[in-house]
Design a protein around this ligand. Structure first.
Ligand SMILES: [Zn+2]
Ligand SMILES: [Zn+2]
Length: 335
């Protein structure tokens, strides 16, 4: 992407000789996500142009460096798109997903929208042949669900509300269920998205455009209320209702990207003694968990895929997403 909305495709030379720990991937599927669309519109706060996009993907291993042992040509793979320094405070304590110098491929470093891509062995994650390439490209957003649902003090027996039924919200809700939440309610303003949530086995859905949040909560949870909220919509009203109605002493996890900076109600934060905290991408073990959960069928991704476009129609994919609005979920690029 040369500038917002302008895509140029170029011939480049193949990557040179692999280092000992490197793996050459042939990219097969790339998922387009909300952050990519922010870049498309020139509204991503931290992406300079030109940029090679693409950070959620599946690939086939093409070749391996001399000292790579666990990966073989022909394996199905993906890799974390995080470049971290390894030296800062967060990195030293294992919180490298929040590295002080974090660069994400597809944003601050070249991404995978190219045929061949080199990754080091420590960031690669293999997935079984029983998983499709489309499922493989869903590992990245699924890892977001795996990480965020591990940030809370526990989900077993708790009631959960996920605000926002896009790809990430959907996967967070599925993970909350898989991790033992008692009841999970997902909210959105789109029946299309809520319907997909139901296809993924999330029994509780609430359209907050037609039913007020408080009323929907009462009828779904009764007097038990909810103890954990996940904010995956990135809008003020969604943050407001989670903080206002979560049980006192409850937890609210922030996953949304806010294009408009919200005002936070400090009364609820203080007087209700809430824990409100962020969740940033994922770590390696979250990728591994995502693979396990998708492979075992505990996390369902097929209903999330709206359509695919060939690589040379990348721009059309963005136009499709714009035209469809809330009627599209995950759009993929096929190479
Ligand atoms: Zn993404
Ligand atoms: Zn670091």
């Amino acid at each position: 992407m040369i500038s917002p909305g302008v895509i140029e495709q170029r011939e480049v030379s193949e990557p040179g000789k692999l280092k000992d720990n490197e793996i050459l991937l042939r990219i097969k599927r790339i998922g387009v996500c909300g952050s990519d669309i922010h870049v498309f519109h020139g509204k991503h706060p931290a992406t300079p142009y030109p940029v090679v996009q693409g950070h959620e993907y599946s690939a086939i291993v093409e070749a391996t460096g001399n000292k790579v042992t666990k990966v073989k040509p022909g394996n199905r793979a993906t890799a974390r798109p995080q470049l971290v320094c390894g030296e800062c405070g967060p990195c030293k304590r294992g919180q490298y997903n929040a590295c002080q110098k974090l660069k994400v491929q597809g944003f601050q470093a070249p991404g995978v929208a190219q045929d061949l891509f080199v990754v080091p062995e420590d960031r690669i994650v293999l997935f079984p042949d029983s998983m499709t390439l489309e499922q493989g490209a869903m590992i990245e957003p699924a890892a977001v669900g795996a990480h965020s649902t591990n940030r809370v003090s526990g989900l077993k027996g708790k009631n959960v509300v996920v605000s926002g039924a896009g790809t990430v919200g959907n996967l967070v809700a599925q993970f909350a269920k898989a991790r033992g939440a008692a009841k999970v309610l997902i909210t959105d303003i789109s029946d299309f998205r809520l319907n997909i949530a139901q296809q993924c086995g999330i029994e509780g859905t609430l359209n907050v455009k037609t039913t007020p949040f408080e009323e929907g909560i009462k009828s779904f949870f009764g007097n038990d209320g909810f103890q954990v909220g996940f904010e995956a919509a990135g809008v003020q009203t969604s943050l407001d209702v989670l903080m206002q109605f979560v049980e006192k002493g409850g937890e609210v996890v922030i996953l949304g990207v806010y294009s408009q900076n919200p005002v936070v109600n400090m009364f609820y934060l203080g007087e209700h003694e809430l824990n409100v905290f962020g969740s940033m991408m994922y770590r390696h073990e979250d990728y591994e968990t995502a693979v396990e959960m998708i492979a075992s069928g505990k996390i369902i991704t097929a209903p999330l895929l709206t359509t695919s476009f060939p690589f040379n129609k990348y721009l059309e994919a963005y136009k499709f997403i714009e035209e469809q609005g809330e009627k599209s979920m995950k759009v993929m690029i096929e190479l």
